[in-house]
Design a protein around this ligand. Structure first.
Ligand SMILES: CC(C)(COP(=O)(O)OP(=O)(O)OC[C@H]1O[C@@H](n2cnc3c(N)ncnc32)[C@H](O)[C@@H]1OP(=O)(O)O)[C@@H](O)C(=O)NCCC(=O)NCCS
Length: 300
């Protein structure tokens, strides 16, 4: 669809909403919007999203933000969508569909993915997204996990720094579905990371950063459950007693059990949806890594 064919204003009941760049509104307004639907984003969490994403807001006649939608480029030909919110008092007037149509046109990629709440699923289906699996949002006050067996000979777990970026991108790309260099770079700035190395080869990595009510552990990327637990473990140890969140597609197996044993229970589920099969997460074929925990719903 051509940009120029999309309407620039929308009549909502008796007033008109106009579209504006999400980068041009006060973060406090964005935060007020996400709080209005019960989302925990702090100003710093919105800043993180604005640093790597683009999008729009719908403003009412006195400049209040009534809805938002963003997209996040990950490499040349792949994007995720997120932060689709309509203020409760304005819902069911077409605002979300209006903004989604707009960002999909801007993004222009065929390969896109998002994580949908129950409320948004019908809207995304109508825009051509197909469901691809469930994300379990696990959270709670973290319990100190049981110590792990000593690490196998030949493996080393260590803190990641910028020098590990290329190794992280290489491991991550087939799991995530695209080389998300910009985002991983941004995550390095605000996260503590661990990598499991076998000689020079990175086998698994994990990150933890402040988010919402506490901290989030993600991404976690590994080729097997045991490695995923190995890299996630130190984050839970460091954060025992604090509020911790892990978003994972796994509800069985050793990683899912580890998450439960750490006191993180399923608070909510969302559905991963894609515009085409090729936008799915990697399935771990041929020994490739898979995503055990997401950076966030919006960022995948
Ligand atoms: C999901 C949400 C963004 C929809 O916003 P909205 O502006 O009300 O949506 P629209 O008016 O554009 O409606 C788009 C479609 O979704 C449907 N829809 C809207 N709210 C719905 C609900 N609660 N349950 C089922 N369908 C709903 C509409 O009927 C419409 O479908 P149609 O075109 O077939 O009639 C809004 O409910 C919201 O902010 N919810 C809380 C945050 C959230 O879950 N965001 C989605 C993140 S993935």
């Amino acid at each position: 669809m051509m940009d120029s064919e999309l309407p620039r204003t929308l009549n909502v009941e008796n007033f008109e909403m106009r579209i504006a760049d999400v980068a041009n509104v006060e973060i406090s307004q964005l935060q007020a919007l996400s709080i209005s639907v019960g989302w925990p984003h702090r100003a710093a969490d919105w800043q993180h999203l604005l640093d790597i994403g683009k999008g729009y807001v719908a403003l009412d006649e006195i400049g209040r933000v009534g809805a938002s939608a963003m997209w996040f480029p990950h490499g040349e030909d792949f994007a995720t969508f997120g932060m689709l919110v309509t203020s409760p008092r304005l819902q069911a007037n077409g605002a979300a569909k209006w903004l989604m149509t707009r960002i999909m046109a801007d993004c222009g990629h065929d390969r896109t993915r998002l994580n949908s709440t129950r409320e948004a699923r019908r809207l995304y289906m109508s825009l051509g997204f197909i469901p691809k699996g469930t994300v379990y949002q696990c959270q709670g006050t973290a319990l100190a996990p049981a110590p792990l067996a000593p690490i196998e000979a030949g493996l080393a777990l260590r803190r990641l720094d910028r020098a590990d970026l290329d190794a992280v991108i290489d491991l991550d790309a087939p799991a995530f579905g695209s080389a998300r260099r910009q985002h991983l770079l941004r995550l390095f700035d605000s996260s503590i990371g661990y990598g499991l190395y076998e000689g020079q080869r990175l086998r698994a990595y994990s990150m933890r950063r402040r988010f919402g009510r506490g901290h989030v552990v993600g991404p976690v990327v590994a080729t097997c459950d045991a490695d995923a637990v190995r890299v996630a473990h130190p984050h839970v140890v460091a954060h025992a007693g604090g509020f911790l969140r892990i978003d994972t597609h796994f509800d069985t197996g050793a990683f899912a059990r580890f998450v439960q044993q750490c006191g993180l229970t399923v608070h909510n589920t969302v559905k991963t949806m894609v515009t085409q099969e090729a936008a799915s997460y990697g399935t771990g074929q041929n020994g490739a890594a898979v995503v055990y925990a997401l950076a966030s719903h919006s960022l995948g």
